[in-house]
Design a protein around this ligand. Structure first.
Ligand SMILES: C[S@@+](CC[C@H](N)C(=O)[O-])C[C@H]1O[C@@H](n2cnc3c(N)ncnc32)[C@H](O)[C@@H]1O
Length: 345
């Protein structure tokens, strides 16, 4: 359990959600320093562990980015890498399908380097500065701690304070830069009592730093999210533990996550649903023809399992609804998209 953490222990033990989450996830003995994501939920990376469809699609995007940049030397930065599964798979896939590309692969993660990591992957605690290529952040921003605001009976948004057992109480009125962020991106002043918002400013800043680390290339954030037209009135803060959704309790025992205000993160960037992005990158949920079952049963079963994983990656009401935020730097996104189609060495 995350007990000691700088800033913890105001007199009554309650803190804002941002600080409580920071301690619970990343403080000494915090959730993400003790345990790996795969033990608690399935990201797209875990879903396609057998077929490697997601990894192949990301590799195709990397190759298209390199082609649009007219370079054969690129970096792949797996931002918030978990156990480095995506980084490892992209290193292997790039070597296999694009042998003429020279790819430096980085896994950026707060947790320590896992034993037996593929030697092609460089494990880093911070994004490398000034590389050229593709930075890919799958399910990172939802874990960047944010404060929660709730409108009181007087219509005033106040910070929500939380105790270590998850019980909440109203705090001070939201003020300053946080109030300005709410006003611009998620206005709840004067809304019905109990209306909530997650104040995404720290995510916007985290993204600016990560995407800004590229000398040139494409930065992609993939997460469950919403835009100003579709904010959830009660917020989305929740917990996950061992495959189950649980009440959010900031004691280090569970993941703490909330959907991302994607339009605020990078207002200029392009956003598409994951199902659209993956289809453009060659992921198809089409079932293999039955005739294959008679001629090559093993290939049929492999293709069938791939089709199942593709369906899960692109599902309505599931991973297919995730938002891909495409944030180019010094490269034309239209070029990348065009080249991602028929690209091969
Ligand atoms: C939900 S997991 C996603 C893991 C992986 N990207 C995947 O899709 O399977 C979020 C990961 O982000 C990491 N993380 C959070 N903030 C980070 C930061 N500032 N720098 C590096 N890693 C971070 C956590 O430690 C955790 O492993």
């Amino acid at each position: 359990m995350a007990r000691k953490c700088r800033g913890e222990g105001s007199q009554d033990g309650a803190r804002g959600w941002r600080e409580a989450t920071r301690c619970a996830l990343y403080g000494p003995d915090g959730f993400y320093l003790r345990t790996r994501p795969a033990a608690h939920f399935r990201t797209s990376v875990h879903v396609s562990a057998h077929s490697a469809l997601f990894e192949a699609a990301v590799t195709r995007l990397l190759a298209a980015t390199a082609a649009a940049l007219r370079t054969r030397e690129v970096a792949f930065v797996d931002m918030a890498a978990g156990s480095g599964e995506l980084a490892t798979a992209v290193a292997a896939a790039a070597a296999g399908s694009h042998p003429s590309l020279s790819v430096r692969v980085y896994a950026v993660e707060r947790a320590p380097e896992p034993a037996g990591l593929d030697p092609r992957v460089t494990w880093l605690p911070e994004v490398p500065d000034g590389v050229t290529g593709l930075l890919f952040a799958n399910e990172w921003l939802d874990n960047v701690p944010v404060d929660v605001a709730e409108t009181g009976a007087d219509g005033v948004p106040r910070y929500v304070r939380v105790h270590a057992d998850g019980t909440e109480e109203p705090g001070d009125p939201v003020a300053g830069a946080d109030a300005a962020w709410l006003e611009r991106w998620w206005p709840i002043a004067g809304a019905a009592p109990g209306t909530r918002a997650e104040i995404g400013a720290p995510r916007d800043e985290a993204w600016r730093r990560a995407a800004g680390s590229l000398a040139a290339g494409l930065a992609v954030a993939v997460d469950y999210g919403h835009t100003r037209a579709s904010r959830p009135p009660l917020g989305t803060l929740t917990g996950f533990r061992e495959g189950r959704q649980v009440r959010p309790v900031p004691d280090g025992s569970c993941d703490l996550t909330s959907h991302v205000a994607m339009d605020a993160v990078a207002p200029h960037a392009t956003r598409v649903p994951q199902r659209t992005a993956l289809r453009a990158l060659g992921v198809s949920g089409a079932r293999p023809p039955l005739t294959l079952a008679a001629t090559d049963p093993a290939a049929y079963l492999r293709a069938l399992s791939g089709a199942g994983e593709a369906a899960e990656l692109t599902a309505h009401g599931g991973l297919g609804d995730f938002i891909w935020l495409l944030d180019p730097a010094g490269v034309d996104l239209a070029d990348v998209v065009r080249l991602a189609g028929p690209l091969r060495d």
